[in-house]
Structure formats: structure tokens, C-alpha cells
Ligand binder design. Structure first.
Ligand code: BGC
Length: 765
């Protein structure tokens, strides 16, 4: 072992010793231990290994391998869990085989990617995070759990808590953006929403934190690519959201596909045993991602038997789809490559999950046809979905208050995203009713009725290249292609625009242009859409860009040329109505970005919480020789983290601290007055950032440490206060100790990470 590795391990084991507190064993867990112990005493090695096998029911697959002969395998006791099989009837059928036709009658756990809602689909997670509304986010997870459990499921592969600062990575859409603190708060809210306070209830489900770990830092934003990261960055920036979800009680963890500093996550003992279990005290089970054990072969770690043993020994308990555990572990046991203790550990953890879900008590707890009929797509769920979507949109620009539009006259709704229902729910909406989800055109017509005449035209294809469009519109989310010459399609749209009072251009990405395996290198609007936008602007009509996207796009040209831009992500089942609500003023937009929008792709990774460097550029400067900057573009983002406009305006004044110093064990309060200075009621997200001015390691120029979402009537003011204690100042130092260091700190409060009021305090021990 290299000296550096030894050094790190020493640090980690010391930390382990510090963190490992012996908790008293409760009666409930004693009962569980006795039950599982009794059961395992009866199990053969084959039966134990069978519990470690997770197969797919085939309703949604994300890899080349698909499970076969599932029923036979259940009968043979070779299945611990099934995912992507839904409805009480189908699940009951599979469960019946498990609990009547196998020797030990062990129930199956049923999982699914319930990522942002179930049938009632909420905005994609990146959009949801832009609400900055934790109770609301928690409620989306609660509703998802109610609907999913009504349809037979008891385990969700969510929350996805991967911090990402690279919008080229398509899966940035599945997470909560770039920030560690906000991501951690959202992770907790999601776990609480899914799991409630009692996992064995008929309408709660087990969460699975993914993708462990650091998947969001894939090199060059290319999916599944290598991650190489310092421990400083890991501990301070990327790991906290996973830990937050685990501290909130998440019952399971999913490994990530990527290589981490030379050891792929799925074979990474440091990650899954030393960090996750010993340091963090995680006591649930670890499942791999889709065929991730088998992929260790391509990572170059050996053949299937070798990598399966590696993975089990590293701390994986359940093998998703690849069947490496099922087919090789017994041989490895005989050959001494794994021990029975490792198999027992994994088996026990899987059985415990089933026990916690109440499946041994009643394996059909989640198979209630009546609930499936009455609790899915309930009107109140849909009403809530519309409200949530409305709060997730971010108003990026609104020149001369072009928005909201009047509910009268004629509107031209133009663009490839204007009339496509299946593209509204966004990535990972496998349970959404794509066929019946309303397109923006349908939603507008329904909401506006006869008040507004809505004319429509495609205007342009999604992208000019047919093969690209095919890749970008998979899984039933097609956007019709118009094969006429581009000029003809555009001129038709221009004619319609000319007959209208205002143009709404529904442009951007299709839903499959983000999400898994949807990395991109060019983040501008596709050329063909840009040409349409040019033509629409040339008509002289006011143009509102309603932008669909699963990531920050590069909108430098649009910011300079289009008067109003509303980023609507993918808003879910009720997106069409929610967009109409906002565009026509029934809802005042309040979303704020949780991910920085760059001026161009070359600036990536660009995030507010960066380090200062030894040659920082002075504030407000663009270029200075021998400073850290670019020749061709300023260091600034196009839209900073935390940014978003409203139909009203907010003024910030009077940032005061109730002292200049505080000591460990005490706190200090920072307050600011926020006033609605416009003429409409609105919601504002007030953000608190801190900077540690001198540290034993370099500290970021700003870090989000608190936020409050408030509502203000026109003219109304509120004093918003944040209590700051030593916990808010803590970070992992170079010895990986979590410490608050004495010294001076800056406080910033504002409506985004750039436009802030500033003050300062001193902290002493
Ligand atoms: C994804 C996971 C997902 C799994 C099961 C994988 O391809 O990376 O996020 O949970 O498939 O569908």
C-alpha cells in the first residue's frame, strides 16, 4: 500500500473511532434481530445469495441487459427484489410465488425509479429545487410515496443527491443543482417525504440515496465518466448531501457507475465500508446501479467472479440486474474469495429492509387495488402539482415588464416544444401518462378559453439533424418532424406571428436531451431554433421565450436579444397549465436558480462557491494581465446561483448583526429588511451566505448557509433574521476534522448570490 493511502486510511480510521458511538439497542431492533437471526439460521447459502439478487420486471430499463425467467427464479429462491414492475395485480402475482412457492416464503421488495412524483408528476428535481421550498418538496415526495405504494411499490430509487457543477452532464436535471447546503436540505426533505415516520405504514416507502458517490463530477460532463477528486472537495462539497439523507434515515444507498480516484464506486471498500458504514454509521443496505457489478469488468478489475467478490467485499449487498452475485458468489465462497460472514452481512441487511417495511408481517401490504383506484392522480395531487410547477419556473429576463401577458387578443404560440404533451413531464417520468399529458398549446387553450385566441405553428424542428433528433426524442417522447425546407416552416410561423399581438416561442430541449446518457457539449439553443427566434424577433412583435430545459443552457445571445425569458424546465403533469398561470399573471414567478448559467461552455465548471485563487480578479473587473481570468469572456456567469426575477421587485436594506463577535456555544443574528417595492404580491427567497476570511485550508468566496422564502404584499416589508452558530462555520480541515476556526467572517444577504448586502463578524473559541 502506498504511503499516501496509509496516511488517509489512518485519518479515516481515527475519524471512524471518533464517530462510532455505541447506541443502545431498542426493543424493536432486538425483536427484528431475533426474527432475522432465526430466519437466517434456516437459510442455505443459495437462499442467502438469492436475497442479494435484484431483477427488473422490464417496465423501464436503462441498460443492454434485461432480466429473464423472473418467475422461475422467484420459485428457486433466487430473487430478493424486483424493480420496474407495477400495479397491485402484477406485484401480488410475483409476491404470491415468493411467499407460497419458495421453501422459506421470504417476501420480495419492489422498487422503482419514482424520482419526481409517480403518476402525478412534479417538475424534474432540478426545477423542484428552484422552489427552495422544503415543506413543498417534502410533500411532493409524500404524494409520490402515496401513489407509488398504492400501485404496489415499497422502495424508490430516490433521492438523487449528486451535486453537479457541469451542465454538460445530462443528469444535472435529476439533482438539486450545484450547492452542498441546499442539496443537503432537499435530500433530507425527500427522505422524510418518502419514508414518513414509520416505514411499515402502507403508504410509506423506503428511500434509496444515489448515486454513491460523486457521480455528478464525471469528467467533461460525459455520463459514466471517471471522477478524480481531492478529499477536501469530497468532504466539504460533494459528500454532505449523501450524509444528510442518511442522517435523515434513508434505508438504502445505490452505488454509482463511476471510477473514484482509481477505484470504481461499486468496488470501493473505502467508500462503502469505511466511510458509509463505519464513519457515518449507515445501517441500511447498499444496492448497485444497473449492472454496475458487471461493468467492473470493463473498468478493468477482472472477470465476473472476481468483480462480484470485490463488490461484495467492498460492502455491496444487492446486485442490480447483472446476476454476478447469483452466479459466482457460491464458487467464490468455496474458493475462499469471499467469506460466509460477508454473505450473511448482505443477506441480513436486505432482510432487515423487508422487515422494516412490514413485509414479513403482511407481504401484500402494498397491493391494495382499491387504493390504486382512488389514490393515484387524485384531484388534490394534480392541483398541488400545478402549484409546485408554477413555483419552479425561473424568470430570467423581463424587459419593460413584457410579462405577464394580458388575457385578451391574439397570441402566437410557436416552436417545437409548443405542442408536445409527452415532453412535459421530463426525464425519469416512467409512470407518467405521456399520452394524456397536455401540451402547452392544449393547456393554454383550456385555461384561457375564449379570452385569448391562440394561434400555433411548429416554426422549426427540434434540431436540424434527423439522427440527432432521433437520439433526443426516445421513449415515446417524439416531436413530429417537418420535412419541408426550413425557410417554409419559418415563414409559416412568421405569418402567424404577424397576425398576433405577442409571440410565445416554446423552445429549448426535448425531455430526452437531459437525464441519463444525455450529455451535451453545445448548450446553446439548436441552430435551427435560433434561426426561428431571429425571424420571430424581426417581425417586431414582442417575443416571450418559454424555455424548456433539463440543465442550464447558454443563453448569452437570447439575453441580449429577447425581451422576456421564462425558464420552465420540465414541469410535470400539470406543466402546461402552470406555464399559462405564470405567463398570464395568475401566478407570480418566484423560482431562483440552483445552478449557475454560464456565458459560454468554456467557463464550465462555473459555480458561485469557488475559491479565491492567489490571483483573483478585482470586483467588477473583466480582464487584467496575470490575474485568474479569460481573454475572451469575463469570469461572471450569465445568471448567478440564486437568481430569478418576479413580476414585482424587492428592496433589501439595513443588514444588521446583533453583535460583532461571538464564541463557540453562542450565536449571532443577522437581520435584513426586505420590502416589496413593486405593485404585485410576490414571494422572495432571501439568501444568507458566509465567507471564512482566513482558514487553515482555503475557503470558498461564499457559501450558502440559510434561506427563507417569504411572501410580501405590495409595499409590505419584513425583517428576516438568520441565527448563525459555530455549526454554520464548520468545515473539514486538511486532517478531515470538522471544525469551526476562530477568525473573521463575512456575512452576505440578498436575493441571489451576486447582489447582496455585506457585513462582518468575528468568531472566537
Ligand atoms: C440509473 C439509476 C436508476 C437505475 C434503475 C440506472 O441506469 O443510473 O439512477 O435508479 O438505472 O432504473
Amino acid at each position: 500500500m502506498k504511503a499516501t493511502h496509509l496516511f488517509l486510511l489512518t485519518i479515516l480510521f481515527n475519524a471512524t473511532a471518533l464517530f462510532a458511538q455505541k447506541k443502545p439497542v431498542s426493543t424493536a431492533s432486538q425483536k427484528m434481530n431475533t426474527f432475522i437471526g432465526g430466519l437466517m439460521a434456516k437459510m442455505t447459502v443459495d437462499e442467502k445469495i438469492g436475497q442479494l439478487n435484484l431483477l427488473t420486471g422490464g417496465e423501464a430499463t436503462t441498460g443492454a441487459a434485461v432480466s429473464t425467467n423472473v418467475e422461475v427464479k422467484i420459485k428457486n429462491g433466487q430473487v430478493g427484489g424486483i424493480f420496474s414492475l407495477t400495479t397491485p395485480a402484477r406485484i401480488r402475482k410475483a409476491q404470491e410465488i415468493a411467499v407460497t412457492q419458495t421453501r422459506l416464503k421470504i417476501p420480495i421488495i419492489f422498487g422503482q425509479d419514482v424520482i419526481h412524483g409517480y403518476k402525478t408528476t412534479f417538475p424534474i428535481p432540478l426545477g423542484l429545487s428552484c422552489t427552495w421550498d422544503l415543506p413543498l418538496i417534502q410533500r411532493t415526495a409524500r404524494i409520490a410515496a402515496i401513489e407509488a405504494t398504492a400501485d404496489g411499490l415499497n422502495w424508490t430509487f430516490s433521492p438523487m443527491v449528486d451535486v453537479s457543477r457541469d451542465p454538460r452532464w445530462g443528469r444535472i436535471s435529476e439533482g438539486s443543482g450545484e450547492d452542498t447546503y441546499l442539496g443537503s436540505e432537499i435530500a433530507k426533505a425527500m427522505v422524510r417525504g418518502y419514508q414518513g415516520d414509520d416505514l411499515s405504514k402502507y403508504n410509506t416507502m423506503m428511500a434509496c440515496v444515489k448515486h454513491f458517490a460523486l457521480y455528478g463530477a464525471a469528467e467533461a460532463g460525459r455520463d459514466y465518466n471517471t471522477t478524480d477528486m481531492s478529499l477536501d472537495r469530497m468532504y466539504n462539497e460533494y459528500l454532505p448531501p449523501y450524509k444528510a439523507a442518511i442522517d435523515a434515515g434513508a434505508g438504502s444507498v445505490m452505488t454509482s457507475f463511476n471510477d473514484i480516484n482509481g477505484v470504481p464506486a461499486t468496488a470501493n471498500k473505502w467508500l462503502m465500508t469505511d466511510l458509509l458504514r463505519k464513519q457515518w454509521g449507515f445501517n441500511g443496505f447498499v444496492v448497485t446501479d444497473y449492472t454496475a457489478v458487471n461493468e467492473l469488468i470493463d473498468h478493468g478489475l477482472g472477470d465476473l467472479q472476481t468483480v462480484s467478490a470485490l463488490s461484495l467485499n467492498a460492502g455491496v449487498d444487492m446486485d442490480m440486474v447483472g446476476e454476478g452475485f447469483l452466479t459466482t458468489l457460491k464458487k467464490s465462497l468455496k474458493e475462499g474469495k469471499v467469506t460466509i460472514q460477508q454473505i450473511d452481512r448482505a443477506c441480513r441487511l436486505v432482510l432487515e429492509a423487508k422487515y422494516k417495511l412490514g413485509l414479513f408481517e403482511d407481504p401484500f401490504r402494498y397491493c391494495d387495488e382499491e387504493r390504486a383506484r382512488t389514490e393515484i392522480l387524485k384531484p388534490e395531487h394534480l392541483t398541488f402539482a400545478r402549484e409546485v410547477a408554477g413555483q419552479s419556473f425561473v424568470l430570467l429576463k423581463n424587459d419593460k415588464n413584457l410579462l405577464p401577458l394580458k388575457k385578451s387578443g391574439t397570441v402566437a404560440l410557436i416552436g417545437p416544444l409548443a405542442d408536445t404533451g409527452p415532453n412535459m413531464p421530463g426525464t425519469w417520468s416512467v409512470n407518467s401518462d405521456l399520452v394524456n399529458t397536455k401540451s402547452l398549446l392544449q393547456g393554454m387553450q383550456e385555461v384561457l378559453g375564449s379570452h385569448v385566441k391562440v394561434l400555433h405553428s411548429l416554426g422549426s424542428n427540434l434540431v436540424s439533424d434527423t439522427a440527432y433528433q432521433k437520439r433526443a426524442t426516445m421513449f415515446g417522447r417524439d416531436i413530429p418532424r417537418d420535412n419541408r425546407p426550413e425557410e417554409e416552416i419559418i415563414s409559416e410561423a412568421v405569418d402567424i406571428a404577424k397576425k398576433s399581438d405577442v409571440v410565445i416561442a416554446a423552445l429549448g430541449e426535448s425531455s430526452e436531451m437531459s437525464g441519463e446518457s444525455s450529455s451535451r457539449t453545445n448548450l446553446e439553443l439548436p441552430d435551427v431554433q435560433r434561426r426561428l427566434l431571429h425571424a420571430l424577433l424581426r417581425t417586431g412583435k414582442p417575443v416571450v421565450l418559454v424555455l424548456f430545459s433539463g440543465r442550464p443552457l447558454v443563453l448569452t445571445w437570447e439575453q441580449a436579444n429577447v425581451p422576456a425569458i421564462l425558464n420552465v424546465w420540465f414541469g410535470g403533469t400539470e406543466a402546461a397549465k402552470a406555464i399559462t398561470d405564470v405567463v398570464f399573471g395568475d401566478v407570480n414567478p418566484s423560482g431562483k436558480l440552483t445552478t449557475t448559467f454560464p456565458q459560454n461552455v468554456g467557463q464550465i465548471p462555473l459555480y458561485y462557491s469557488h475559491k479565491n485563487t492567489g490571483r483573483p480578479l478585482g470586483e467588477g473587473m473583466w480582464f487584467s494581465k496575470f490575474r485568474s481570468n479569460y481573454l475572451d469572456v469575463s469570469n461572471e456567469p450569465l445568471y448567478p446561483f440564486g437568481y430569478g426575477l418576479s413580476y414585482t421587485t424587492f428592496g433589501y436594506s439595513n443588514l444588521v448583526l446583533n453583535g460583532r463577535n461571538f464564541k463557540a456555544g453562542q450565536s449571532i443574528t443577522a437581520s435584513v429588511t426586505v420590502k416589496n417595492t413593486g405593485d404585485k404580491a410576490g414571494k422572495e427567497i432571501v439568501q444568507l451566505y458566509l465567507q471564512d476570511l482566513v482558514g487553515s485550508s482555503t475557503r470558498p468566496v461564499k457559501q450558502l448557509k440559510g434561506f427563507q422564502k417569504i411572501s410580501l404584499e405590495p409595499g409590505e416589508s419584513k425583517v428576516v433574521s438568520f441565527k448563525i452558530s459555530a455549526t454554520d462555520l464548520k468545515f473539514y480541515n486538511s486532517a478531515l476534522k470538522y471544525v469551526a476556526e476562530p477568525g473573521d467572517f463575512k456575512v452576505f444577504i440578498g436575493g441571489n448570490s451576486r447582489d447582496v448586502l455585506t457585513s462582518q463578524f468575528t468568531f472566537s473559541l
